[in-house]
Write a protein that binds this ligand. Structure first.
Ligand SMILES: Nc1nc2c(ncn2[C@@H]2O[C@H](COP(=O)(O)OP(=O)(O)OP(=O)(O)O)[C@@H](O)[C@H]2O)c(=O)[nH]1
Length: 656
């Protein structure tokens, strides 16, 4: 049972702290998570902005380059000579062509952003290309560009207008240094100084290079990805984007990642959370960015020419949060460990406290039982002597209930008036000297007295008297025993009447009283005649029987206040208070006559025998001047001897 309780407590001790700590930490972690998510939004916006600006800047610079080339006098002139063949030999030497070609080669080769530059005359014929090594794209056959959109569309434009070939839909690829790369063709018409149309300049942009620069500008880590699609949702990056799987230039995002495309297609900009990833996107239309270039109008083969740039960042999860901040994890584990440790300590200590409490309760019950049922009384009194505590033993002695005594009675009221002074002194001693004792008599509810010894001490707390603690010993039995012993010492064991010692002590009191009350005291001594003969004839036991029977006979002849004592073997004395001598003589005579006529039965071996006795008596008065019985006894004895001498069975008065 205790093991089960300990197990339950341990479970509570572990689960409650865990629950509390979790309940406390959850809001904190939630706020932390919110902060991280807000930070992620800010980061996504910043990354998106950086990417968008980089891409726009690069494209705009490219557009400006095309416009600048179209306005180069040498290039204009070169195209003009082509449109007027007769002028070729006149105006352009081979070295000049070579020089122009080298110049353009230098420009293109120093700008990895471009793949090629092509000069096309009004008929769609390619008149110059830089660098020479770049092969035509898949859809460019030969060196004739009459059918190509970048020629046909640009050839219709006004000066400083630009035409961008499509991204994605009609893809253009070129073989550059052995790699097939997507390109974006930018073309613009070339006019001579007279405003005559002389051809078209085509600049092909290396889209792989531009998007590579985009990644760098966005500074994406391996966890983030860039998304770039055109208005139709075609993938415009030539790389592999891990979260979305393998992607290549021109693939439809709707196929690759339907949810992402759905989110991006509905709005121009915004964000969405897809599969624990945060997608931020923004639509950009380079044609509306012309204020950043020198272009007039920018055209393309579609009504709209936007691209949608997006950034995909993993949304933080609890797991990622913890992985990132291992210190926090350890801190959390530490808090949990501390909470659990405290809980376990609490469980063990509370179990121990419970055991100790139970032991203390048992001990208290035992102590209380000992206190309540001790063979002696216990009580405590306050400073005024009022009972504040009393055990059942003492309550039983007194015959009161606890409710009647405790906080209701002063202990003094329970003590007989004659012994109160002793109690008062002892209580004062306790108050002043910390201990005291007194022999008192308790007055019970039923009016009886109980002689007790009280031993008390004071209980102090912080130097102040709180209450007394008293032990009460019942002396009644001891008193009774003492009385019994005293009586035994004063009583003749054979006959049960008092002995000589008692006679002498009691006589002194009687003499004193007679003196106070002025009455006479008489004394009679009695001796059985020839008692030795009874012993000798019938045995000692028969003699004892005779002594007992004799005593009973005499007692019946006396008053209650007369005192019969056995003062010798077969010799008795009777003290007669308030008795004049004459009356005493009458008593003595009555005794003599009764003894003479009374049959005394003695037991022999198997029979009973009746004996007849006589007794001799001496009578005297106790004189007023005598304080002891000594002289009176002597006088009575003299009277007795005289009676013996005169033949026994007679009363002789000796009152001189
Ligand atoms: N059975 C018995 N005999 C006792 C007791 N005390 C004394 N006696 C006897 O009493 C007798 C007293 O004898 P004595 O003093 O000679 O006197 P007596 O025989 O009575 O003769 P007188 O007094 O002269 O009449 C003795 O034999 C004692 O032994 C007693 O307690 N029991």
């Amino acid at each position: 049972m205790p093991l089960r309780r300990l197990t339950t407590r341990l479970l509570l001790a572990v689960s409650v702290p865990l629950f509390l700590v979790t309940a406390m930490l959850l809001p904190v972690l939630h706020v932390h998570m919110e902060t991280r998510i807000n930070g992620l939004h800010t980061e996504a916006r910043a990354v998106l902005k950086a990417g968008q600006e980089a891409l726009t800047r690069d494209v705009n610079e490219s557009l400006n380059s095309v416009l600048a080339l179209a306005e180069m006098p040498a290039l204009r002139h070169y195209l003009a000579t082509h449109n007027t063949p007769t002028l070729i030999e006149q105006r352009y030497s081979l070295s000049e062509v070579t020089q122009l070609s080298h110049f353009l080669d230098t420009i293109i080769s120093h700008h990895p952003r471009y793949t090629k530059l092509v000069l096309i005359d009004n008929q769609g014929n390619e008149v110059l290309r830089a660098p020479q090594s770049v092969a035509p794209g898949a859809q460019v056959t030969g060196r004739r560009h009459q059918e190509m959109d970048y020629f046909t569309e640009a050839n219709k434009l006004l000066p400083r207008d630009l035409y961008l070939s499509s991204l994605g839909q009609d893809l253009h690829y070129e073989l550059v240094d052995g790699d097939t790369i997507p390109v974006v063709n930018v073309s613009t018409p070339v006019f001579d100084a007279a405003g005559r149309r002389q051809g078209v300049v085509l600049l092909s942009l290396n889209w792989s290079y531009l998007t590579g620069a985009l990644h760098q500008a966005m500074r994406l880590t391996h966890e983030g990805s860039a998304l770039l699609v055109n208005a139709q949702g075609q993938w415009l990056l030539n790389n592999t984007t891990l979260p979305l799987g393998a992607a290549h230039f021109g693939v439809a995002l709707a196929t690759l990642a339907p949810a992402h495309w759905q989110a991006m297609a509905q709005r121009h900009q915004g964000f969405a959370v897809i599969d624990h990833q945060l997608l931020y996107f923004q639509t950009e239309d380079i044609r509306t960015q012309r204020y950043r270039s020198l272009a007039g109008n920018i055209y393309s083969d579609h009504v709209y020419y936007p691209w949608k740039l997006g950034v995909l960042l993993p949304k933080p999860t609890w797991r990622s949060l913890i992985d990132e901040e291992t210190t926090v994890l350890w801190f959390l584990l530490l808090i949990y460990a501390v909470a659990v440790a405290f809980g376990v300590l609490w469980a063990i200590s509370s179990q121990r406290q419970r055991t100790l409490r139970r032991a203390a309760q048992r001990h208290a019950i035992e102590v209380s039982d000992l206190y309540e049922h001790a063979p002696c009384g216990y009580h405590s009194l306050d400073e005024s002597g009022r009972v504040v505590k009393m055990n059942r033993t003492e309550l039983a002695w007194l015959g009161y209930s606890a409710d009647e005594v405790i906080h209701r009675m002063a202990y003094r009221e329970l003590i007989t008036p004659d012994t109160r002074p002793a109690f008062d002194k002892a209580f004062r001693d306790v108050l002043e000297h910390k201990s005291g004792s007194a022999e008192c008599s308790l007055l019970t509810r039923h009016g009886e007295q109980r002689h007790v010894m009280i031993q008390a001490s004071a209980y102090h707390r912080n130097g102040r008297f709180v209450h007394s603690r008293a032990t009460v010993f019942d002396l009644t039995e001891r008193k009774q025993l003492e009385e019994k012993l005293r009586e035994q010492a004063m009583t003749d064991p054979l006959t049960g009447v008092y002995n000589r010692r008692y006679l002498q002590t009691q006589a002194a009191a009687e003499i004193a009283r007679s003196r106070r009350q002025h009455y006479a005291i008489a004394l009679i001594t009695i001796d059985i005649d020839h008692f030795k003969h009874i012993n000798d004839e019938y045995g000692h036991d028969a003699g004892d029987d005779v002594l007992q029977a004799f005593t009973n006979t005499v007692i019946q002849l006396l008053r209650q206040e007369d005192l019969l004592c056995r003062v010798g073997g077969e010799e008795f004395a009777i003290l007669l208070p308030n008795t004049p001598l004459a009356q005493a003589v009458q008593v003595a005579e009555r005794i003599r006559q009764t003894v003479q006529t009374a049959p005394f039965k003695v037991h022999e071996a198997r029979s009973e025998r009746t004996l007849w006795l006589t007794a001799s008596l001496g009578v005297t008065s106790v004189m007023a001047a005598e304080s002891t019985l000594k002289a009176a006894l002597k006088r009575a004895d003299i009277g007795l001897y005289r009676a013996k001498e005169q033949g026994r069975n007679r009363v002789v008065v000796n009152d001189v």
